[in-house]
Design a protein around this ligand. Structure first.
Ligand code: BGC
Length: 785
């Protein structure tokens, strides 16, 4: 157990938390019920509590409210406030946090005003969206999740924290842990995909990386789990749109990654833009108070999203700013990002008796805990000689390349003239490299690239020319991402004709089509790229499609006509070297899909961990449509149910065989597991193991991601037919076999039952171990009374 998780005096901490929560939650209608675990955190300790108490006693009401106010200095992703006299506001103690300041001198400048010139010398906490790297840009988060490798995600987040903290940033608005089941939503690129278990493991890895061993270290930055909650379920995939999620699904699917991030010690959480079941997330007492504070006992800071408090007015639940501030604050949002409404109204709301000063104290306590935990009172300034920590280094670039290599998913690799197209042969005489994304460094950085620089990126073209020599690479852009002239296409076709093999680098525009406010109603290749693909393929040359995107794209033509396809996402600064190593087999692909890849738009939402139906269709869906038995089942008449590629899927240059799983127990007592759940002996106590042999049956060394799924039957509520519960990356030489042993805990079998209680129920359990969410060998066991 690391020191961070040691709880020296639990009783004191719980007492302090309970007393403080009691005050903040006084208006909450829900009865106290303990559903979850107290989150592990280095914010909740008696030393910090004493310091917070002492400081609170000295603060005026205005100074307290100041701690709850946050303003952006710099790049905006939303409307401004009209307030820009930051020096003046900071000096008066009217601001608790600034963000979008990513310059060490500027950060120290404002900190100096806060610490030396404000009455109580309370430091600012300086935030920034450090999402998949600060200067050293790693693959976009969906790519990082496709590594199924929490260790590399943690390493990437650690490097990001070191670089960002060297620039005076001590708080990142990351990880985005929103479950996303709809690829139309542009922000799918910012998260870890569709699965709560994978999402939780990845969320924990980011938090460990950002916050390091201890938040107080100068190179640690506070994490922020966002967007709480349900934002990824935006109806129609349209950003900012409403969501309807039952409490059961909320608890089983959408909340777990948030819980995981906070349980790992995550210091803060951000309330989302969307309405959840008719109540905007930024004014939602159920999620912000009942779940977050009462059940999870979260001691840290809840910040709003950019102007999401002001947006309660267009949402229609507040007709003026004071009401919006009142609703957000009473629901549990501690800090107002950019709405300017806490600044304007909280003092008056207290004076008018609508909010008590004790409630304000409680919110300020959450902010101060984070500031003390970051040791900002002792070390408010960033050592400007650390600035070189922000520079690229060989070691960091190696991590970036490794992460990129592991993030790429080989979707298809069919034989041409009896041999798989990939890996390519180093001895090839000539390669045509075609497409608008082959040599565009800015695109490789994806959306949200903090202080990433296009000049740091090695593109596919640069890496390929370095590998083969420029003379063997015939490069033709073939047009822009959204448009192409006949002449550009013709030049590309000529280049293809004159080469042995064609690599096509096609896809989306990272800035315009992925990320925030970038939802798409069409998921095909934009502009003239489909035509370019078809014309180049018509030359008859073997084609490898390297697809750059922030989400799965529906590419039916490509999947039926192009022999080799790789999903490269947006791979970051080392895009080119990683791709070239994979294309030529110097590294074997090992990325696995973190989202189901649909055939067509009509299948969306299409996620693997769906419930069964009373009329399940066979896998092929429409294949038996003619027969009477096959008609009245849950299916489309014009499209299979199965996705193009399932969750967990990915090919490589070898094949793996899985043995039938062996269980250490065929029966377990559901009652005993439920008791363990309640007494909090959950994810640490193994109750059984599942082992399986994995063999590399091919001729190439490679890594497999072995995946364990379970399905429960006979429960009080329907559970997913399959749900991921464990996975492991394993490296195997040709012919090698390794035995993998997975631990299952009470958590692995737990569900939210028909009364919305967390429990383990008597049931029949099916357990699969295999290469993805649709394959693998299955065994059964029972959870008895
Ligand atoms: C986004 C957040 C982000 C915030 C601050 C908002 O528009 O939704 O994810 O953290 O801006 O930049």
């Amino acid at each position: 157990m690391s020191p961070r998780y040691r709880r020296p005096s639990l009783l004191l901490v719980f007492l302090a938390l309970f007393l403080s929560l009691d005050v903040r939650c006084q208006n909450s209608p829900a009865p106290y019920e303990f559903h979850g675990l107290p989150v592990r955190s280095d914010l909740a300790n008696p030393t910090i509590e004493k310091k917070v108490d002492a400081l609170l006693k000295q603060m005026t009401l205005d100074e307290k409210v100041g701690q709850l106010v946050q303003y952006s200095v710099g790049t905006a992703t939303g409307p401004g406030t009209g307030r820009d006299r930051y020096d003046d506001m900071v000096q008066k103690g009217e601001v608790g946090s600034l963000y979008n300041l990513a310059d060490v001198k500027a950060a120290n400048y404002y900190q100096h005003i806060a610490v030396e010139k404000s009455r109580l010398h309370i430091p600012l906490i300086n935030g920034l969206d450090v999402i998949h790297g600060y200067r050293t840009e790693f693959p976009v988060p969906l790519g990082l999740a496709s590594t199924w490798d929490p260790e590399i995600v943690e390493k990437a987040a650690r490097i990001a924290a070191q670089e960002a903290s060297a620039a005076g940033v001590r708080w990142t608005f990351s990880p985005m842990v929103d479950i996303a089941r709809d690829p139309r939503w542009g922000r799918m690129t910012e998260g870890a995909g569709e699965d709560p278990y994978l999402g939780s493991q990845i969320a924990r890895a980011y938090v460990r990386g950002y916050q390091g061993k201890n938040l107080s270290a100068p190179d640690s930055i506070a994490a922020c789990a966002k967007h709480y909650v349900g934002y990824g379920a935006a109806e129609g995939g349209r950003d900012y749109n409403s969501t309807e999620i039952s409490e059961h699904t909320l608890r089983e699917v959408y909340l777990p990654p948030f819980y995981a991030a906070l349980d790992e010690g995550g210091a803060s959480i951000m309330s989302a833009f969307n309405a959840l079941n008719g109540v905007p997330s930024t004014a939602n007492p159920f999620t912000l108070t009942q779940v977050l504070r009462r059940e999870w006992q979260f001691p840290g800071l809840a910040v709003s999203d950019w102007t999401s408090i002001r947006e309660l007015m267009p949402h229609g639940i507040a007709n003026d700013g004071a009401t919006a501030a009142f609703k957000a604050f009473s629901a549990g949002v501690d800090m107002d990002m950019q709405s300017n409404l806490y600044h304007e109204h909280l003092v008056d709301l207290v004076k008018g008796g609508k909010i008590s000063e004790a409630q304000i104290d409680e919110a300020v306590r959450h902010v101060l805990r984070v500031k003390f935990a970051l040791a900002l009172f002792d070390n408010p300034y960033t050592d400007e000689t650390r600035e070189n920590h922000g520079e690229l280094s060989e070691q960091k670039l190696n991590v970036a390349r490794e992460a990129a290599e592991r993030s790429v998913v080989l979707l298809q690799n069919e034989p041409v003239s009896g041999q798989s197209v990939l890996p390519l042969n180093h001895a090839l005489h000539s390669v045509a490299l075609i497409g608008p994304l082959a040599d565009d460094p800015q695109q490789m950085l994806g959306s949200w690239s903090a202080r990433g620089k296009a000049s740091d990126v090695v593109t596919l073209r640069a890496a390929l020319e370095q590998c083969l020599g420029a003379a063997r690479v015939k490069y033709a852009k073939g047009g822009e991402i959204t448009s192409a002239t006949d002449a550009e296409v013709a030049t590309a076709v000529d280049a293809a004709r004159a080469s042995d093999v064609v690599i096509l680098a096609l896809g989306e525009d990272a800035g315009v089509m992925t990320g925030e406010a970038a939802s798409r109603a069409h998921l095909d290749l934009p502009g003239g790229q489909e035509e370019l693909l078809e014309k180049v393929s018509a030359t008859g040359k073997p084609v490898v499609l390297v697809l750059f995107s922030g989400r799965p794209l529906t590419l039916n033509w490509a999947f039926t006509h192009v022999p080799a396809v790789m999903a490269a996402w947006f791979p970051g600064v080392q895009a080119g070297p990683a791709l070239v190593r994979l294309l030529f087999g110097d590294a074997a692909p090992s990325g696995r899909l973190a989202v189901s890849w649909p055939h067509s738009l009509g299948q969306i939402p299409d996620f693997y961990n769906a419930l069964g139906t009373g009329r399940p269709a066979d896998d092929s869906g429409s294949a038996n449509a003619g027969t009477h038995e096959a008609k009245y089942v849950s299916r489309y008449v014009d499209e299979p149910n199965a996705p193009q590629f399932p969750f967990g899927y990915g090919l490589t240059y070898t094949e793996f065989r899985f043995s039938t799983p062996q269980l250490s127990a065929k029966k377990l007592s559901a009652t005993r597991l439920s008791e363990d759940l309640r007494s909090r002996k959950t994810n640490t106590s193994t109750v059984m193991t599942v082992s399986a042999d994995v063999t590399n049956t091919g001729k190439v060394a490679a890594e497999e991601v072995a995946q364990l799924y379970i399905g429960l039957r006979g429960t009080s509520v329907e559970e997913p037919v399959r749900a991921l519960k464990a996975f492991e990356r394993v490296s195997l030489a040709p012919g090698e076999t390794k035995k993998l042993t997975f631990s299952l805990t009470p958590e692995s079998f737990a569900l939210w039952d028909i009364h919305n209680e967390r429990t383990v129920e008597p049931s029949q359990v099916r357990i699969w171990v295999g290469p993805d969410s649709r394959r693998g060998n299955v065994v059964e066991m029972y959870l008895t009374e």
